[in-house]
Design a protein around this ligand. Structure first.
Ligand code: MV4
Length: 586
């Protein structure tokens, strides 16, 4: 058994791994960036070592620094968590070449699955099929037109060397082929450094169903049921559940067996997830994620298997302690991601900052996997997942009701969060009826009027700092709680009522204050990948001005008013920060 594990990650997943190690009597080593010097994962680990740097690239992606710490500390296992180095074959090799266990798959499997074309070929070889399409690379628009003529539109164009939806473009008809190819290549190049693309039939209303697999180094591989992750927006999952509901058990079993075949076909070891699209009773292989996933706790609650414990045991050389027949699914679990993002009007704008208060839910079947405590800060430089709420119930309706109850108990102050959007999804009849698909949050769910929480003071004209006050009032003998923001000077009693003073926020992106500003402002940090207009162009309100690559996707930044472009301040390739003015319209 491993004796000392370095956790090459931060936030809730680092905390999750440290907890498993503690239960197994394994010592833990945390690593941290300059901004995370006193982060929760650092406070929880037995020892912590500085990586230096602030951005992910300078810190959690600094291989040399991590390797140095491994040697200094006598670490014998490294858990990569998710993101960062978790699916990096070179990192896995660097670890194993030191004689240290990489708690994850073999580098060869990471490589096969990292390239979507070879991943698809690996599945085809064991008789598991993707959406009808080709594994040929697109070199000419005529290939797409020929495919569209044969299979019909829409056609999906995907990055060959990428994943997670980045770089996927949907071609509605033959007129849209060139533009889709160009945009898909541009996205693929900017995210993955290579612009190869291929195509498939595009399914219009699929559900995203994935299978958790676990394999040891002795030839055993089992599947631990399914998860449905259809409630997502722009490839960011919001809610996941286990098992995938409303699907014929025979189909689910066939999906599980297909996932095991794919894993065994690439000699997979450790935990992995095989993704499928499901539509009208049929399932199609998408890709395999060669890491522990954010949503793994949903599977843990319905199978009783501690996946991180099993990952560590497998990496220590132990055989799996169960066979497929031992795995039973009990009840239903729902995981809700709580991100520091403001879902208002469906925008989901990042909302970094200090968490001034955190009230966690508890009770039967209620689990919180968090990365922060009150007083900790969500940095703009990393993933803004505050934590995950995972609730178990004997059946799906019970799990939904419990999750809504727990969300009502959860209070996060200081940053906006996705809680309001999560509640809107869980309370929606379409979600209850399983009438949702991967497009549902973006196309059907109405997030009008959903705020990010109680954290952003209302816009005020003066510069007077505002403080939040919670007061209880009685009306006709009934007690009501009221929250309000008042000028600091007018609330000398604020501290006595526990109100928290918060920093005044810079107006970022959306201007709720006027009828449309001539300043075209980018809402978040990112890179300009395309400038659509030139000085002198006439534009209408709502016209795209630049394309911003941020939060792993391309976003159009649009004009707020009609007029003439009098100034363009950026060029393609420029890095911009939230609030920067990229163009001026007069
Ligand atoms: C698709 C698809 C429809 N048809 N492929 C997006 C993420 C990437 N892993 C694959 N994705 C999709 N591929 C075909 N042929 C729809 C999606 C898709 C999706 C898939 C899983 C989860 C959420 C999604 C949201 C939008 C689109």
């Amino acid at each position: 058994m491993l004796s000392k594990v370095l956790v090459a990650n931060r936030g809730e997943i680092a905390v999750r791994v440290i907890r498993a190690c503690r239960e197994m009597g394994i010592a833990t080593v945390a690593v941290y960036s300059e901004l995370d010097r006193s982060a929760l994962h650092v406070r929880m680990a037995d020892e912590a070592h500085a990586l230096g740097g602030q951005t992910a690239a300078e810190s959690y992606l600094n291989t040399e620094a991590i390797l140095g710490i491994i040697e200094r500390t006598g670490t014998d296992g490294v858990h990569p968590g998710y993101g960062f180095f978790s699916e990096n074959a070179d990192f896995a090799r660097a670890i194993t070449s030191l004689g240290v266990a990489f708690i994850g798959p073999n580098p060869e499997a990471i490589e096969i699955m990292g390239d979507k074309i070879s991943a698809r070929q690996a599945a085809e070889r064991v008789g598991v099929h993707g959406v009808p399409g080709t594994t040929e690379l697109i070199t000419d628009p005529s290939q797409v037109r020929a495919f569209g003529a044969e299979y019909g539109y829409p056609v999906a164009i995907k990055a060959a060397y990428g994943g997670g939806g980045r770089g996927m473009k949907v071609v509605a008809d033959e007129r849209a082929v060139e533009e889709a190819i160009e945009s898909a290549q541009r996205e693929a190049l900017s995210y993955f450094g290579r612009d190869e693309i291929y195509m498939e039939r595009y399914l219009e209303k699929p559900r995203h169903v994935e299978v958790q697999v676990l394999a040891d180094g002795h030839g055993n591989c089992v599947y631990l049921g399914t998860r449905d992750c259809s409630a997502q927006r722009r490839h960011q999952k919001l809610i996941e559940e286990a098992p995938a509901a409303g699907i014929d058990p025979d189909v689910l079993a066939a999906m599980g067996e297909a996932a095991v075949k794919v894993a065994q076909g690439c000699d997979y070891v450790n935990a992995g997830t095989v993704e499928f699209l499901y539509e009208d009773g049929a399932f199609y292989y998408l890709e395999m994620n060669t890491r522990l996933q954010v949503e793994h706790p949903a599977t843990e609650l319905v199978t009783g298997v501690d996946l991180v414990e099993q990952q560590i045991r497998v990496a220590s050389g132990e055989p799996l302690p169960f066979t497929q027949n031992d795995i039973a699914i009990s009840g239903h679990a729902i995981e809700v991601r709580i991100n520091a993002e403001d879902p208002a009007e469906g925008a989901f704008l990042p909302s970094p900052g200090p968490i001034t208060g955190l009230q966690l839910p508890s009770g039967f079947g209620t689990r919180w996997d968090g990365g922060y405590e009150a007083g900790d800060e969500i940095s703009q430089f990393y993933d803004n997942l505050v934590g995950k709420l995972i609730c178990w119930g004997r059946d799906r309706p019970t799990a939904i009701a419990r999750t809504l109850r727990a969300l009502d108990e959860l209070e996060v102050s200081g940053v906006a969060t996705t809680i309001g959007a999560d509640k809107a999804i869980l309370a929606h009849p379409d979600f209850a009826a399983l009438a949702h698909s991967t497009k549902w949050v973006e196309e059907t769910l109405d997030l009008t009027g959903i705020g990010g929480g109680d954290t952003v003071p209302p816009e005020v004209d003066d510069d007077e700092p505002r403080v939040q006050r919670d007061i209880d009032v009685e009306v006709n003998g009934q007690r009501y709680s009221v929250r309000m923001w008042v000028p600091e000077t007018a609330s000398t009693a604020a501290s006595a009522t526990g109100a928290v003073k918060r920093p005044k926020r810079a107006a970022a992106g959306r201007s709720g204050d006027s009828g449309g500003s001539g300043d075209v402002v980018v809402p978040m940090q990112g890179t300009i990948v395309k400038v659509i207009v030139a000085e002198g162009d006439a534009v209408e309100a709502g016209d795209p001005i630049v394309v911003l690559e941020a939060m792993k996707m391309e976003n159009n930044v649009c004009a707020e008013k009609s007029g003439t472009v009098v100034e363009v301040r950026v060029a393609e390739g420029d890095a911009v920060g939230g609030g920067d003015v990229v163009a001026v319209i007069d």
